[in-house]
Design a protein around this ligand. Structure first.
Ligand SMILES: NC(=O)c1ccc[n+]([C@@H]2O[C@H](COP(=O)([O-])OP(=O)(O)OC[C@H]3O[C@@H](n4cnc5c(N)ncnc54)[C@H](O)[C@@H]3O)[C@@H](O)[C@H]2O)c1
Length: 320
């Protein structure tokens, strides 16, 4: 039975990942400071004797070192996440996403434990290529725009992980998640699907930022978790970067219309200028669609859940 450490395991993706790892026979330890995660996300796992929760931060090197020493593999999900959260908490976010990751990689290197690192499509910045592939350029805005701090820290994490691999032979796998959704995702930090579903169910207006013509692809968390575990277990994936996401594009305006129709909601759509929604000078990108061919070639990754199914699951979650 392998021992997995999931940092950020009380968060949205981390809790689903922990659940899936337990089902596969791993023993799972979670380290989370509950800053954006919650105990409710992992309540149902606490009864499992193979599951342990540690309240703490990845900023605490000793705590990280101790837990890594007892693990065979580390899934590093802990991070400051969400455009709104990053803009509201720039300093803490930058520190957690750099120093926290360095602590995890350093401890993993000490015991030579494999690390699966959560990165993000945000690192492509304003590159609006039809399908973004792993070696495409990153096009980022000015450092005066807080949003790009998240992309920079995650890119730094990738550089750091790859440097540990090249110089120290620490086995790492980098996973660039595109917009991922499902039950337990909080809308509080600016995530669009839970925000829209909650508003539609309450009959409140759906607040679309900008003109709503931005194109995104939303994938279901179980599909992303499946890809994450498969790649973490695949020897040839070590030292590589993978996009994980869906390739079903939708505009944010269409997403809002779909959610209103699926919930039979009387809600209207309100268009909010970016400056009002976020901050002065905020920059967004028109299109973000992944090329997932590499993950498919390595482990047969293929998202199984359509956008409609995904939305139905999120609606059911909020209704219950
Ligand atoms: N959800 C998405 O669409 C998406 C997209 C791209 C990348 N990601 C990445 O996936 C990972 C998980 O994101 P999520 O969507 O589940 O967000 P989340 O906020 O639900 O999960 C992050 C978890 O990390 C914990 N955490 C934050 N700072 C910590 C610290 N200092 N020490 C310990 N725990 C800490 C939080 O409490 C939370 O439980 C993140 O690394 C994120 O950057 C997510």
């Amino acid at each position: 039975m392998a021992n997995a450490l999931v940092t950020g395991g009380a968060g949205f993706i981390g809790s689903h990942l922990s659940e899936a790892l337990l089902k596969r026979g791993y023993r799972v330890a979670v380290l989370d400071d509950l800053s954006t995660g919650s105990r409710e996300n992992i309540d149902h796992l606490q009864r499992d004797p193979s599951f342990e929760f540690y309240l703490g931060t990845v900023m605490d090197y000793e705590a990280v070192d101790k837990l890594v020493s007892r693990s065979d593999i580390v899934f590093h999900m802990a991070a400051a996440v969400g455009v709104k959260y990053i803009i509201d908490n720039p300093l803490a976010s930058l520190r957690i996403n750099t120093k926290g990751t360095e602590n995890v990689l350093e401890a993993a290197n000490r015991y030579k434990r494999k690390v699966a690192l959560a990165s993000t499509s945000e690192i492509y910045g304003k590159n609006e290529k039809e399908r973004l592939s792993e070696d495409d350029d990153r096009i980022l805005g000015s450092t005066t725009i807080s949003r790009w701090g998240y992309a920079c820290t995650k890119a730094f994490d990738e550089f750091l992980a790859l440097a540990y691999w090249r110089e120290k032979k620490l086995p790492v796998v980098v996973l660039r998640f595109f917009n991922t959704c499902g039950p337990r995702q909080s809308g509080e930090y600016g995530m669009v699907v839970p925000r829209f579903v909650k508003a539609a169910l309450m009959g409140h207006p759906l607040r679309v930022f900008g003109d709503g013509k931005q194109i995104r692809c939303f994938s279901f968390v179980d599909d992303i978790v499946e890809g994450t575990i498969s790649l973490s277990e695949h020897a040839a994936a070590v030292g590589e970067i993978f996009n994980l996401g869906s390739m079903e594009p939708v505009t944010i305006e269409q997403l809002a219309q779909k959610i209103i129709a699926m919930t039979n909601s009387p809600s209207d759509i309100n268009y909010i200028p970016y400056e009002q929604a976020y901050e002065k000078g905020f920059e967004d990108l028109h299109r973000r669609v992944p090329d997932i061919g590499k993950a498919k070639r390595f482990v047969g990754f293929e998202p199984k859940t359509s956008l409609d199914e995904l939305l139905r699951k999120v609606i059911e979650y909020f209704e219950s």
